[in-house]
Design a protein around this ligand. Sequence first.
Ligand code: DQA
Length: 145
Amino acid sequence: MSKLVTILNGPNLNLLGKREPEIYGHATLNDVEVDCTKVAAEFGLTCELKQSNIEGELVNMIQACRETSVGIIINPAAYTHTSVAILDALNTFDGPVLEIHISNVHKREEFRHHSFVSKRADASIIGMGVEGYALCMRHMGSLLS
Ligand code: DQA
C-alpha cells in the first residue's frame, strides 16, 4: 500500500489564487497539489489535498486520516486561531503533523498570532508563500524516511 500524506485546508482557501492575491499570491490549491505530488514521489509517498469551509468537516477529515494517512499537512486558515475541536482531532492522530501558513501571521493582526494547532504540530512553516506546502512535504518525507 502506498503511503498517503493528506494536505488539509480550512476556510476560504478554496479561493486561493483569487482571494487577496497581494497576501496569498496567485497560485491555486490545484497548483499546490501538483507541486506536493512531485515532492511526495521523491520519497515514495502519495498525497491528497482536501479543503473545507466547515469546521466539523475538517474534524471528520482528520479523524479519517487515522485510517488512511501516515502524515498530515494542515493549513487550518482562520480556524488556526479559534478551533479547539481541530486541535483535539489532531491529538487523536499518531503520525507527524505539519502546520503551514502562506502569510506571515506574526506580521499581521494580533488575533492571528495565536495558533491552537501549534500545540500539536511537530513543525510549522509560516510566511513562505504557497511554496511552504512543498517545503512541508519535503520535511514530511524526511520524517517518514
Ligand atoms: C492563513 C492565515 C490565517 O490567519 C488566515 O485566516 C487564512 C490563511 C495563511 O495561510 O496565511 O485564511 O492560514
